[in-house]
Structure formats: structure tokens, C-alpha cells
Design a protein around this ligand. Structure first.
Ligand SMILES: [Zn+2]
Ligand SMILES: [Zn+2]
Length: 567
């Protein structure tokens, strides 16, 4: 059992305790244990579990049981007393287990559909603590969950697709393989992973992909269809059943074709239908490359990410398509990174060392501001301590440079969480909304527009607050927001966190036309999160953004100058 699953097991158990309205102290102790284990750098075993501070003997026993049996008895007992369909209550993002428990017991509701129906019939209003607003929020949350079933985050699918790619390669070295479909276009949400495999004379015999489960009824001679499972085989206990709900099997399709047709097939399986429509007629049957297909249509090559029938034709007219779209290797530094000063897991030096190893030349530390108390946000005094530490490290590691920034909360009234006197001392300022996310568009826009007027703001962070597949985010008028950024010379972040990918790629062209400079930011809370950058880069490519439009594709000196100008 890895630490991640152990963390999940303890968190889930805490949620079952909320469901049965157990005392808060007990719930908290499991949540704390989960958090400790998540941050523990070594694989937890019986030998080292005593090294983790703050885990009581009762929980230690449970951890031991989970490590040896893969689950624990109280947990198994809890789920064996519930109808099986109730387990889904525990995977709906935003559904409080406490409320779910109350609805289950008092209204005899046994599934998500029944809960939705009861809510729509106003039955929740009869329950203690439920008002019209709670009921509406619940309906929205359940509908959002249902509408996203069978969808996966691009950022979660990428590592899986890389594993499968290697597996196909291993099965047969003669196949020519490429990712295709939504994944190749870099859609931020995907419904599966598709590959194209070109063979010389015939499909290799006895293909048996390790880690994939074939769906015989849906497969065909030229199409292998099946699933990538997180849980191997049939779930052996309730915890595995839960993991299966949390991480449903990902549909995988491998389409085979003759090598001669490879590029035509790749072209056809990659682009959206609307993108392909005008091009198919002139597409050669046996092209040597995709470029050849576009050439036959008198067009420059269009990168897969842009084949959405959204910007590409306009960009061709504007002569912007043939220029160099950003790639990961254009990135010179990362600018939205949290350290241990707030809710990050690493020290500033650890983060800097990591970035240097990655070949980057600068790092922007942006911890949370004081209003984000839940994230251990910085007050003025701690901000000064941090500034001194950064100056000291900077002297030691030059020419690598750490910029001292902040992710400053936009308060409910649109004011910023620090005074101008404090903000102007910083190298740069990201402003973001983290609290009171439930608001109408008018309120959200007032809040944003006011904040954007502050002269010390460098960039707007995750503009809509959305978490893909988890929550919609507050409603914003994108055009107005982007216009205000342009007017106030505020850059816009392309947040690379797999759940955010915000500003949404569909708005990048509009922002680009307004002359906005973007910053592709990892919003890292630990060193490994720096790797999120690849997802932000993919989104930027979907918007046809070029390196010269991206702040952190610029060298350290230039970025320093730009920050100076703003402050
Ligand atoms: Zn944030
Ligand atoms: Zn952040």
C-alpha cells in the first residue's frame, strides 16, 4: 500500500465518521494522520511509522492493519451495512458526508439519483439545517458530478498514456505509434485515451498489453478497445471498490492501420470533425506526413492542439499560424510557487535547487497572504522574514534568481489583502480569489475589476477559481475581465495545475489579440508540481500562444526589468 492510498483510506474513514455524525475530535485525528502521511517522504511501513509525529496508538494500529490487509475492519463493516449504491456519496466533490448521512437516514435516500430527485422535490427543506440555498447548491453539485461522469483530467491521463505508449512499443518494435484524438489535441478534459498504431504487413500476433483489460465485445480486427484500471482485477474489498469509484477505468482505444496510411489516419483521428470537414476532400490517400495534407489544401501546418475549428482559420488569415508556438523548452523560469512559509511542502532553498536542476534560471516564490489563514498565509512580519531569507539565498546562488512575490488574496470587496506600502516592496504580485467563491457575476466582476486597478498588481491568478470536474468556479465576464487586465497592464496567468488550467484556453486568442502577456505558472505546492508546467504549455499551444507573449519564456534580466517597471 503506497502512502497516497493510505492517505485516501484514512481520509475516507474520516468521511464515514462525518457521515455517522461522530465526534469532531475523532474525525480531526484521522484527517491529521492522513495529512501527516501524505507529507511523509518515505513509503510507510511498520518499521518507520513510529517516526511520524502526532499519530496516536489507535490510529497507528489501523495503519498497521491497512498496510498488512489492504483495508481495515471498521471501515469494511461500515460499508457492509450500507446499500452499495451509497458508496458513491463519498466520491462526489463538494458533497458533505455529514449532510449526505442526514439525508440518507432521514429521507431513506440510497443513491445519487434518489438524492437528486428528493432535492428537486423540495424534500430536503424538511431537514434540520437545510434551507433553500443549501438545497439548490446540492442540486448543482450533484448535477455537475453526473454531467462529468466518464470524464478524466488531461493532466491525469498524460502519465497513463505515457505508460501505455511504452507498453505498445514493447509489444512490437515494428509498430509506428502515436497518441491521437482528444489527448493529442490536448483537451483539458478527455473521455479516454486513443492511439494509432501503423503496421508493415500485418498486425503482430498475440498482442497482450500489460496493465490493460481488453473489452472483447467492443474490439474489432483493426481496433483494440479496453480499459486502463487503477485497481487490478475485481475489487477485493470495500476500499478497493471505493478506489474504483474514485478512479474509474479509463477507456483505451488502439486503432491499427497500414504504415502507408498512417499519416492520413493520424490526421483524421486527431482533428475535430469540423476541422476536418473542409480538408478531407483534398487529403492525399498515402501522404508522407501531415504537413503534406495541409500543403495539398494550400495551408500551413496546423499543430494538433489547434485543430478545434476555433482559432486556426482566423490565425491563418492573420498570418500567425506558421510562427513558433510555445514548447516546454521555451520556459526559462517558474513564477507561482508556494513554500513552507504558507501551504507548500518544501523550503525555498529546496525549491530553488530543484528549479536549477531542471535547467531553469529563476523562480518566483508566491506564498499566500494573511486572509488565507487556512493555508498559513503570511502576515507583514513573516513576509519581511521571508524577504530576508530570499535575499540571503540569492547571494549564494546567483546567477539563478529567486523573485519575491506573493499570491495576494482579493478580498470580498475587491480590496487587496496587503497595503500598497507592502505590495510595492515585493518583486511581483499575483492576485487571486480564494474565499467567498459563491457569488453572482456582478459581484465577481466588481471584485475583480476593483482589484485589477491596484497599480502594484503584476498578474491575475486562476481567473475563475474553477476546479475541473470538481467545481465550476465563480461566473465571470471573460471579455470584460481581459479588457480590464489589458487596460491596467496586468498579465494573466495560465495556471497549469491539472484541475485549474485557468485562464481557459478558449479565451487565450481574445486575450492575445488584446496584447495580454501571459505567465504559465505551475502553482506548485511541492517540487514535483513544477512538472505541471507541461499542461499549461499545452493549453497555451491550444490558444496559439507564442513564446514572445509569455513572461516566463523571457530571460531573468528581462523579467527583472518588467517587474521593476510595474512596481
Ligand atoms: Zn491560488
Ligand atoms: Zn497558488
Amino acid at each position: 500500500m503506497n502512502n497516497q492510498n493510505l492517505t485516501r483510506a484514512l481520509n475516507l474513514y474520516a468521511r464515514t465518521l462525518e457521515f455517522t455524525h461522530e465526534n469532531e475530535f475523532k474525525i480531526k485525528s484521522y484527517q491529521n494522520a492522513a495529512e501527516k502521511i501524505e507529507g511523509f517522504p518515505y513509503l510507510i511501513s511498520e518499521d518507520n511509522m513510529n517516526d511520524i509525529e502526532g499519530i496516536g496508538s489507535a490510529i497507528a494500529l489501523k495503519i498497521k492493519e491497512i498496510i498488512t490487509t489492504g483495508t481495515f475492519s471498521q471501515f469494511e463493516n461500515f460499508f457492509s451495512t450500507l446499500p452499495e449504491s451509497c458508496m458513491e456519496f463519498f466520491v462526489v466533490p463538494g458533497l458533505s458526508p455529514k449532510k449526505a448521512g442526514q439525508i440518507y437516514r432521514e429521507l431513506n435516500v440510497h443513491s445519487i439519483d434518489e438524492m437528486l430527485q428528493a432535492s428537486r422535490e423540495n424534500k430536503l427543506l424538511a431537514l434540520k439545517g437545510f434551507g433553500k440555498k443549501t438545497q439548490e447548491e446540492l442540486i448543482e453539485c450533484l448535477e455537475y458530478y453526473k454531467s462529468n461522469k466518464g470524464k478524466f483530467l488531461y493532466g491525469h491521463a498524460v502519465p497513463i498514456s505515457q505508460t501505455i505508449f511504452k507498453e505498445i512499443q514493447q509489444q512490437s518494435s515494428t509498430l509506428k505509434i502515436s497518441l491521437t484524438g482528444e489527448m493529442r489535441r490536448g483537451s483539458n478534459i478527455v473521455s479516454g485515451i486513443e492511439f494509432l498504431a501503423g503496421f508493415e504487413n500485418e498486425i503482430p500476433d498475440n498482442l497482450n498489453f500489460n496493465g490493460l483489460r481488453k473489452d472483447d465485445s467492443n474490439s474489432a480486427p483493426l481496433a483494440w478497445r479496453g480499459f486502463y484500471d487503477f485497481i487490478n482485477g475485481t475489487p477485493k474489498n470495500n476500499f478497493e471498490k471505493y478506489l474504483n469509484l474514485l478512479f474509474p477505468p479509463v477507456p483505451v482505444e488502439i486503432i491499427f492501420c497500414r504504415k502507408a496510411e498512417f499519416f492520413r489516419k493520424l490526421f483524421i483521428t486527431t482533428g475535430s470533425k469540423e476541422h476536418l470537414k473542409p480538408l478531407l476532400k483534398n487529403a492525399p490517400m498515402i501522404p508522407m506526413s501531415e504537413e503534406e495534407i495541409y500543403r495539398a489544401n494550400n495551408l500551413p501546418f496546423i499543430i494538433p492542439e489547434l485543430r478545434e475549428n476555433l482559432f486556426e482559420w482566423e490565425m491563418i488569415k492573420e498570418n500567425k499560424i506558421s510562427e513558433h508556438p510555445v514548447t516546454l523548452s521555451d520556459i526559462k523560469g517558474v513564477l507561482h510557487v508556494h513554500s513552507r512559509y504558507s501551504d507548500g511542502k518544501n523550503s525555498i532553498s529546496e525549491l530553488a535547487t530543484h528549479c536549477m536542476k531542471k535547467g531553469l534560471s529563476y523562480l518566483g516564490i508566491t506564498d499566500h497572504s494573511k486572509a488565507a489563514f487556512y493555508a498559513n498565509g503570511l502576515n507583514e512580519e513573516r513576509l519581511i522574514i521571508q524577504k530576508n531569507e530570499i535575499e540571503k539565498i540569492n547571494r549564494e546562488i546567483a546567477p539563478f534568481r529567486i523573485f519575491h512575490g506573493i499570491e495576494c488574496d482579493i478580498l470580498s470587496d475587491g480590496k487587496l489583502d496587503f497595503t500598497d506600502e507592502i505590495l510595492k516592496e515585493l518583486d511581483f504580485v499575483i492576485i487571486s480569489i480564494h474565499s467567498n467563491l459563491v457569488m453572482n457575476e456582478e459581484k465577481a466582476m466588481k471584485r475583480l475589476l476593483k482589484a485589477l486597478e491596484n497599480p502594484y498588481v503584476t498578474m491575475l491568478g486562476h481567473p475563475t477559481g474553477r476546479l475541473l470536474l470538481r467545481r465550476k468556479g465563480y461566473p465571470v465576464d471573460h471579455q470584460k475581465m481581459i479588457d480590464a487586465c489589458a487596460d491596467n497592464k496586468v498579465m494573466i496567468e495560465i495556471n497549469s495545475n491539472t484541475y485549474r488550467l485557468d485562464l481557459d484556453w478558449k479565451w487565450l486568442k481574445y486575450a492575445s489579440d488584446k496584447g495580454i502577456i501571459f505567465s504559465i505558472n505551475p502553482d506548485a505546492h511541492r517540487t514535483e508540481h513544477i512538472d505541471y508546467m507541461q499542461f499549461g504549455v499545452t493549453m497555451a499551444r491550444k490558444g496559439g500562444i507564442m513564446p514572445q507573449q509569455i513572461l516566463n519564456c523571457m530571460g531573468v534580466e528581462r523579467v527583472g526589468e518588467i517587474f521593476e517597471r510595474k512596481g
